[in-house]
Structures are given as C-alpha cells and as structure tokens.
Ligand binder design. Structure first.
Ligand code: SF4
Length: 365
C-alpha cells in the first residue's frame, strides 16, 4: 500500500451533505470491518464519535486499542499527541492514522523538547541541584519527544485522573519536581497534596530563570511550566458563582485543567472519565453543571435524559478536536479501500523507547 501525508482532502468531499457522508462512512466501515479500529475521543463531534469502536480519554483509548492486535489500522479521531501515544503502545504491524493532520493540541505545542531541555539546564544551575534530584512529570498531552525526555530523566507521564498520585510519587523521589506542560493541572495537584503556595513556582517560557529569582527557585518543591488549555481557560470563578447563586442544589464539577480558583469553588473536580462516571452514577432528577469541553457535556446531557446536565460556561469548544469532521473520516476510509494509507503517525523508534519508559513508569505508580 502507498502512504501519503495530506491536509487537503480534496473538493469531492466538500459538497456532500451530512446524511450522505454518514451513509458512506457506515458503508466503508462495514467493508473494512476486519482491518480497522476507529477510536473516538470524548471531545469529538457527534458525526465522528458515533462511528467509534472504542471511546474514552486519550490514554484509555491507546491502551485499549493496543490490546486489540488483529486490526491493522487504528484510526484515531482525536489530536496528534494521542495518535503518537497509540503508535508507541501498539504492535509493530499496526498503523495509526490521524484523519486531520492539523488536529494538534495547542497546550502540547506550548512545550517543545528543546525548550524543556533548556529550562532543565537553567533549573539545575539556578537551584544547584543535580539532574537526578529534579523529577520531571509530563502530562499525557505532550509530544512523544517530550515524553522521551521524561523517560530519559527517570520521570513519569501523568493523566488528569492520576496527576495527584504521580506528583506525590515524584516528590518522594527527588528534591524538586518539574511539571509540564499544563500549569493548572500541576497547581491543582499540588493544592490537593497541601503543598504550600510559596513552594510552587511558575516557569515563564522565554524569560531568564523562567522569570524567577534564582535564589527563590532553589527552595521550590514544584516548578510548573506555564502552558494551559485555552478551552478550559474560558471557565472563570464567576461562572461557578453565577450557577451556584441561581441553582444552589446543582452539583458543579470541573476538569482539573481549569484554573485553581475555579477548582476551589466547584463541588468536585475530575478527569473526563471521572466526570462521565459521576454523572452516570448520579440519582435520576439530579442537576449537574459541568465545566469542560462542550461536545462531551452535550453528549452527556443527551445520554442522561433523566438528569439535568448543563454547561458551566459557554463556548468551550476545542477547535482542533472539532476539526476532525465526518468528511475527514470518510476520506481516510476511502483511501484505505483504494489501497492508500493516509496520515500515518509514526514515532521514531529511539524516541518511542524512552517515551514508553515514562508511560510504563506511570502505570507502575
Ligand atoms: S481541549 Fe485543551 S488540552 Fe484538550 S486537545 Fe483541546 S486544547 Fe488540547
């Protein structure tokens, strides 16, 4: 089969109405059923998500897909770092395809390996600590190259469901923890572990010593990269206060990528899977106000008509997740049926070995 990388899917898909697209995807899926596995992240739009053989958050998807060895093509309806993780965890004969090549995660892109390495060096010289005394943690929302850096330095990956546990582990391993790329997930985990605010420092990209006084950084226990998720940053404390004032009986639950002021005010915080579980387990008639990506919240509302589920804040749509449209999915399937593998995501072997080490470390914690 020939392989090609392509962003433009061609004009023949643009004029197709939704019904035609969905019918043709269903047809192709039946035709290719023995060879493909479609993975759908919870933030994907409905026209794509409905075709998922497996759904979940990024790591759950990669791990479950890796256990299914009889499908040659894993079509990852999500963003770039997720497809990389799936490639790292899948078998050598499996190929991971990303329906939209431009679907990246802006937060993951805020931390390149080169920038992390440079900051690491600065952190070592400012703090006077040896490299092995600083434990790196990377959120799963990061490139394979960044995960490989963490593997090389005996650190760990974390997810939004285990960040507290991984941070506690890292604090036992060394004198300082360097957490990237999401400052809010790191700050919320540090807050949960009762680490005093004056021992948590923010590393501002591009500034000498991350914008900190080198004398101060020497006493840091946790240093946070200044990355963030632009979607969860659209949620403010005022949204929580407003809902609470009007619906005091409602449970307000937010994702830990939200700023700490929001998490402190909410009733609960939890990962994507944690949010789904909480709403699923809730009593009929209960009212939930959820602060995370809108496609997930709206789908939850549709799946639980016996409960009321509202969006905590408007406009929390992840544009890069949403960029994967039914047309992109059909284009991938049509190409496979025609003997062409499009948008294969492949991680360099050396990088994959070190990145896998960081992923395995997480699973061992
Ligand atoms: S919702 Fe935020 S963290 Fe998730 S892919 Fe979009 S930008 Fe990245």
């Amino acid at each position: 089969m020939t392989e090609l990388l392509q962003t433009n899917i061609g004009n023949q898909y643009r004029g197709l109405d939704t019904e035609t697209l969905l019918e043709r995807i269903a047809e192709r899926k039946r035709e290719l059923a023995d060879r493909i596995l479609i993975l759908g992240h919870h933030y994907e739009q409905d026209g794509v998500f409905r075709f998922a053989d497996l759904s979940g958050d990024s790591l759950k998807l990669s791990r479950e897909a890796a256990a299914i060895r009889d499908r040659e093509f894993l079509i990852f309806c999500g963003v770039h770092f997720m497809a990389e993780a799936a490639d790292i965890l899948s078998a050598p004969h499996q190929k991971v395809l990303l329906p939209h090549l431009d679907a990246g995660c802006p937060m993951a892109d805020m931390a390149s390996r080169g920038a992390i390495e440079a900051a690491w060096q600065e952190l070592c010289s400012a703090s006077g600590l040896r490299g092995e005394e600083i434990i790196p943690i990377t959120y799963v929302n990061s490139s394979a190259a960044v995960k490989a850096f963490v593997g090389t330095h005996n650190g760990s990956v974390c997810t939004s469901s285990n960040a507290n546990r991984v941070l506690a582990w890292a604090l036992e391993q060394g004198r300082m923890v360097f957490f990237f790329p999401d400052q809010h997930l790191g700050r919320n985990a540090a807050w949960m572990l009762d680490i005093p605010d004056n021992e948590v420092f923010l590393w501002h990209r591009g500034e000498p010593c991350g914008g900190n006084d080198p004398a101060d950084i020497a006493r840091a226990r946790v240093v946070l990269w200044d990355g963030y998720c632009e979607v969860h940053m659209r949620i403010f404390p005022e949204h929580v206060q407003d809902w609470r004032a009007h619906f005091p009986e409602a449970k307000i639950m937010v994702h830990p990528e939200c700023r700490n002021e929001v998490v402190r005010l909410a009733d609960l915080s939890g990962s994507t899977e944690g949010i789904i579980q909480a709403v699923s387990d809730a009593k009929p008639g209960s009212h939930w106000v959820i602060g995370t990506e809108i496609n997930l919240v709206e789908r939850l509302a549709g799946q639980h008509p016996d409960k009321r589920v509202d969006n905590l804040a408007p406009a929390c749509l992840c544009p890069t997740m949403d960029a994967v449209s039914p047309a992109n999915l059909l284009w991938v399937l049509d190409n496979l049926a025609g003997g062409r593998v499009v948008n294969r995501i492949q991680v360099d072997e050396e990088i994959a070995i070190q990145a896998r080490k960081a992923l395995d470390q997480m699973l061992a914690i």
